[in-house]
Ligand binder design. Structure first.
Ligand code: IPD
Ligand code: CA
Length: 308
């Protein structure tokens, strides 16, 4: 029953599960030759992805046997997100980074009710950054902070910081002043790839040649951590097509609870579904969010054809 979901209890369990799963990830020894390809050579999975998801399923089923579960490694094509309380799990977001030992990797866990996230937890075991949100309660980053001073050395202690990081974020003043996260994804041919790379060129290119001359494009390899970066206000926006509900569900709540907005990655969709597979996230700002969405949509070179 949706009404009986105790968000705080679910949050506490997801944090505990994320930390244990994080230990599994951080102590694993992935190797490019022991990973396998799903759709193609840019869509990778390791034994650790599968082992972490198995552990997560066991831990969540034990406490919430009646809730549904949607996970990247156990997904069966055609399965749809329903109104029922549903745990959504990406055991390793940033699998390519994981294989290459590039430390932008996380586990992403969410609970959705009525198809919207109500609890979200994202944990990077390499940095030990833990991002959390509960609906209507804000979002937070718990991270180790040095507490020593020249006169009193002290150990590193975890500190819980409310997001966004800046208490008074600046207004958004258009694409030309924006730092943008984008991802190549694993589709490297066809219509969707063409929309993406032509849009990347437009965003990066000089104004006098028809471009938008954004500050820069960042492609860090984890949809979930990109959303955390937008929630924190460290990048202004994130645009992607092709990722799935498990890539975005937790990050969506962390973003919106930090004052950011999520709209469709294709022009015109102000209220996208969690599993629509096309996303544009904009950071918190006292003004300019809607204008930036419209300016971004007008820069997209075509419409992406991803759907749930
Ligand atoms: C991928 C990452 C990547 C995004 C892809 C996702 P994975 O997830 O989030 O940044 O571009 O669309 O599939 O494969 O590392 O779990
Ligand atoms: Ca993922």
């Amino acid at each position: 029953m949706a009404e009986s979901v105790n968000h705080q209890e679910v949050h506490d369990l997801l944090v505990e599960v994320a930390r244990k799963a994080g230990d599994m990830i951080a102590t694993a020894q992935p190797h490019i030759n022991t990973s396998s390809s799903k759709k193609n050579s840019a869509d990778l999975v390791t034994e650790t992805d599968k082992a972490v998801e198995k552990f997560v399923i066991g831990a969540l089923r034990e406490r919430y046997p009646d809730y549904d579960f949607l996970g990247e490694e156990t997904y069966v094509p055609g399965k749809q997100l329903t109104d029922k309380p549903t745990f959504i799990c990406d055991p390793i977001d940033g699998t390519t980074n994981f294989i290459h030992a590039f430390p932008n990797v996380c586990i992403s866990l969410a609970l959705c009710v009525m198809r919207m996230p109500v609890v979200g937890v994202i944990y990077n075991p390499y940095t030990t950054h833990m991002y959390t949100a509960i609906k209507n309660q804000g979002s937070f980053l718990t991270m180790p902070v040095r507490t020593d001073s020249p006169t009193s050395p002290a150990p590193i202690a975890p500190r819980k910081i409310r997001l966004p990081r800046k208490q008074h974020p600046e207004p958004l003043t258009g694409l030309q002043n924006a730092l943008c996260a984008v991802e190549w994804g694993s589709d490297r041919s066809g219509h969707n790839f063409e929309v993406k790379h032509r849009t990347f060129t437009k965003l990066a290119g000089a104004i006098e040649e028809g471009g938008k001359m954004v500050h820069s494009l960042r492609s860090m390899g984890s949809a979930a951590l990109n959303l955390c970066a937008v929630a924190a206000g460290q990048v202004d926006l994130y645009w992607e097509g092709g990722c799935w509900a498990w890539d975005v569900a937790a990050g969506w709540l962390i973003l919106t609870e930090a004052g950011g907005i999520m709209v469709d990655g294709n022009p015109g969709g102000w209220t996208p579904a969690v599993d629509c597979r096309r996303y544009l996230a904009i950071r918190a700002a006292p003004s300019g969010q809607k204008e930036l969405v419209e300016e971004f949509w007008s820069a997209i070179e075509g419409r992406m054809e991803y759907s749930s």
